[in-house]
Design a protein around this ligand. Structure first.
Ligand SMILES: NC(=O)c1ccc[n+]([C@@H]2O[C@H](COP(=O)([O-])OP(=O)(O)OC[C@H]3O[C@@H](n4cnc5c(N)ncnc54)[C@H](O)[C@@H]3O)[C@@H](O)[C@H]2O)c1
Length: 250
């Protein structure tokens, strides 16, 4: 039996990058996955590539900041494959820049996608799960633990998500729901490449004890572990899959 057989997992931001790799990995190991993205073309392409190799996937078009559309996506997924057993809150919208340049509009959108999104995701899981144990995986960042120039709004979001992960582990544990997070290191996804240039990646490589950037699949593997039965007694944990970047001082 494959390790995620019987699981029904909603992955937000699954049209590309870490979310897409996670959806593909989980489906390859037997899970049915909801490929949720705000971009219809990306969601459909990821879901089609999973189905093409015999996996179970459903493209779901939704904006994670919109509670109603996240709930309706979760309902579609449970109608298609059965009650949800997990959610990966991966979707993100990022703008970097010095703190004095953070506008109401930018901060608002970042908070809507980065903080409200995971709230709606968890609520949708609660509304559309069955009696089986369930699991939430949030995605945080090294900036939740160490400062970094020009990332104040992103830092605020990921710090909130790290705290929320611990909080929800306590609050939802009695309902049989494990809540954990993964901290990816530097992974040159399409989204990350749009805000980090070659110079930035050179610095990140030098700062990473393993001496290289990470891959989407390496982050997906950490996420999959937290969703698996191998992690059945793991909750409230923030698992770094970061090549060591967060623990290096100089
Ligand atoms: N790539 C990295 O180096 C890195 C490092 C640390 C943390 N992370 C975190 O990993 C996660 C994935 O990052 P990534 O680099 O793969 O990102 P990405 O930008 O490549 O992919 C994000 C996906 O989310 C979708 N999306 C954006 N807003 C949405 C919304 N409102 N509703 C639904 N979907 C939406 C996008 O269309 C896109 O497909 C994020 O939470 C990010 O903060 C990434």
């Amino acid at each position: 039996m494959r390790s995620h057989e019987g699981q029904v997992v909603l992955v937000t931001g699954a049209g590309r990058g870490i979310g897409a790799a996670t959806a593909a990995l989980l489906a390859g190991r037997g899970a049915a996955v909801g490929v949720l993205d705000i971009d219809q073309g990306l969601a459909e392409a990821t879901a089609a590539s999973i189905v093409a190799v015999g996996g179970k996937a459903l493209a779901l078009i939704a904006d994670t900041s919109d509670r109603g559309s996240v709930f309706s996506a979760a309902k579609h997924l449970s109608d298609a494959f059965g009650p949800l057993t997990g959610i990966v809150n991966d979707a993100i919208w990022i703008r970097y820049g010095p703190v004095e340049g953070v506008t109401d509009e930018i901060l608002g959108r970042m908070l809507d996608v980065g903080v409200k999104g995971p709230f709606w995701g968890v609520q949708a899981l609660l509304a559309h799960r069955g009696d089986a144990p369930a699991a939430v995986v949030n995605i945080t960042s090294p900036v939740a633990e160490v400062g970094s120039a020009g990332t104040s709004s992103y830092t605020a979001i990921k710090g909130a998500i790290a705290a929320l992960t611990r909080q929800l582990a306590v609050e939802l544990g009695p309902q049989g729901i494990r809540v954990n997070a993964v901290t990816p290191g530097a992974v040159p996804t399409p989204g990350a490449r749009a805000i980090v240039d070659e110079e930035g990646y050179k610095k990140r490589k030098a700062q990473t004890p393993l001496g290289r950037l990470g891959t989407e699949v390496e982050i997906a593997a950490a996420i999959a572990f937290l969703l698996s039965d191998d992690a059945s007694f793991v909750t409230g944990t923030i698992l770094r899959a970061d090549g060591g970047i967060t623990v290096k001082s100089v």
